[in-house]
Design a protein around this ligand. Structure first.
Ligand code: HEM
Length: 509
């Protein structure tokens, strides 16, 4: 009996100590009141469905005054979706590290730039930055132009000649991954070949697994997770991805299976032709190799981790943003015609596009920005307060304790009527990005985020997207039966749709 009382007293003391050590979080939660959820799992049950997560958060942000504090598992979670607070978080030098929730990504695919914390992040960012500078990007234009021709050919054969609805998203993913492999790893692939499907499935599989785990606090403890079905799925997709990236890192190895000898020879010839263009000293893989072999500033494991992230970050986000731009234009023929008028005025009917021509395409850029506003390719980013943060809200200043997880809801902020006015949910490039458009807050539109941790590849993405869109809409008209208000998005690391509508392709005369 006495032993029992002592044990219970000890447990009670430990519990009280636990609560006492977290008193600053409770005080912040008391001031910035949001939904509390259940003990130990917080809002896990309500948030666990990626299909409804973003819509659920939008509802909460109207019910409670954002920014508000909520709980995920036992973690204190600050939810932010207004430009003023977003500015404070992105500009704070104490909020550059990613949230602890990203440990589920790094434990699956390695600790690359997207997830790593200082000082590792700072060092790697400094080493990798030069691989995405403006001058180097200009060298990628011949590759982008070649891939654009492959894309047009696909649209011509599948869309125009076969006269059927086209699943453009998959075509785009293959083109963008092909461009990413050539421009970052110096490898010419052959993704139009069916053997590559497993790689695309693995990429979407890994993001689904990581998000599912982030939204399921009961799977946070490693011991429980390793017994779950989700872990089994993670192991499968990770082995495909690691195998793929490992082969990309090998010098001169063809990665995607080739059907026959002739195809193999053709691929070899193509590789030879690509060598002088893509194997420049300045591309990502050559630079990091130098950091390993000469500067000894990185290990081979670092290179693997960074390559995993660079490939995934390039192709998942860029193909998503491209797809939504094409879909929005297909749903809005009036803006597609305006875009075509610009392309007709600025570009010849055929041939490669030069950087100077791309820089003149202002309406194309507006069309892309408007699609990224409405369909933020990365809907939410998560940070962690490394030090106490003083957050200013209209009704006062609030202390956000060190260690608080911060969720910046880009998706809902960029379609919030309080920020963008009554046309917030419509696709209208002129109303939001045209010369006459009212000036939005500098942090109301942040698809690549802003501040020190901003996307390293934003120039790359804009260049590739502009070029591919210019090529498509210069020669083709795209249409669809889908309607904007019927699209159902899914919260993921990059935005997904529950169903991808087919598009019709028609050649312009
Ligand atoms: C439309 C296309 C793209 C979008 C919308 C996008 C968006 C983002 C976002 C929101 C982040 C997180 C930033 C933060 O946490 O503050 C990010 C990080 C990152 N992106 Fe992109 N991205 C795109 C294309 C690319 C491309 C083409 C590359 C590579 C060439 C790339 C490489 C990265 C990397 C390495 C990071 C981590 C950077 C760091 O933490 O230092 N992204 N991106």
């Amino acid at each position: 009996m006495l032993a029992c009382i002592i044990l219970i007293s000890w447990l009670l003391l430990i519990w009280l100590y636990f609560l006492w050590s977290r008193r600053r979080y409770y005080w912040a939660a008391w001031q910035l009141r949001g939904p509390i959820g259940l003990p130990f799992i917080g809002m896990g049950l309500q948030m666990m469905k990626p299909e409804t997560f973003l819509q659920y958060m939008a509802g909460l942000s109207y019910k409670y005054k954002a920014p508000f504090i909520s709980w995920m598992g036992t973690d204190c979670f600050l939810y932010v979706n207004d430009p003023q607070s977003v500015e404070q978080v992105f500009n704070s030098t104490h909020c550059t590290n990613k949230s602890d929730f990203y440990r589920f990504i790094s434990s699956a695919i390695g600790d690359g730039l997207f997830t790593s914390s200082s000082p590792r992040w700072q060092k790697h960012r400094r080493l990798i930055n030069p691989a995405f500078g403006r001058q180097i990007l200009c060298n990628f234009l011949p590759i982008f132009n070649t891939e654009a021709e492959v894309l047009l050919n696909k649209l011509e054969v599948e869309g125009v000649q076969q006269c059927k609805g086209v699943e453009i998203y998959l075509i785009l993913k293959k083109i963008v991954l092909e461009a990413a492999c050539q421009t970052t790893m110096g490898k010419k692939m052959n993704f139009q070949h069916d053997g590559s499907m497993a790689i695309f499935e693995a990429y979407s599989g890994i993001t689904e697994v990581c998000v599912k785990r982030m939204l399921s606090p009961w799977l946070y403890p490693e011991l429980i997770y390793r017994w779950s079905q989700l872990f089994g799925r993670q192991q499968k997709v990770v082995s495909v991805l690691f195998g793929f990236v490992e082969q990309l890192l090998q010098p001169n190895v063809a990665v995607v299976g080739v059907a026959n000898k002739q195809q193999e020879q053709e691929q070899h010839q193509q590789q030879q032709q690509q060598q002088p263009r893509s194997k420049s000293k300045s591309i990502f893989i050559e630079q990091v190799r130098e950091h390993v072999e000469i500067g000894q500033q990185m290990s081979w494991q670092d290179v693997r981790d960074e390559a995993n992230v660079i490939i995934a970050a390039t192709f998942e986000t860029t193909s998503t943003a491209l797809y939504f731009t094409i879909l929005c234009l297909a749903m809005h023929p009036e803006y597609q015609e305006k875009l075509h008028a610009e392309l007709k005025a600025e570009l010849p009917a055929q041939g490669d596009i030069a950087i100077e021509q791309l820089e003149r395409l202002s309406y194309t850029e507006m069309a892309i920005n408007e699609a990224m506003r409405l369909f933020a390719p990365v809907p939410m980013v998560l940070r962690r307060a490394g030090q106490d943060l003083l957050l200013r809200r209209s009704d006062g200043e609030f202390l956000i304790p060190r260690g608080t997880q911060i969720g910046i809801d880009i998706y809902n902020m960029q379609r919030d009527e309080r920020v963008w006015g009554y046309l917030a949910s419509s696709y209208n490039p002129d109303a939001h990005f045209g010369p006459e458009a009212p000036k939005a807050h500098a942090f109301a539109f942040v698809p690549f985020t802003k501040g020190l941790r901003m996307c390293i590849g934003y120039r790359y993405a804009l260049l590739l997207m502009k070029l591919l869109l210019a090529k498509i809409f210069r020669s083709y008209r795209i249409s669809t039966d889908a309607r904007l208000e019927e699209l159902r998005v899914k919260g993921n690391i990059s935005l997904k749709l529950e169903q991808y509508p087919l598009c019709r392709v028609e050649r312009r005369t």
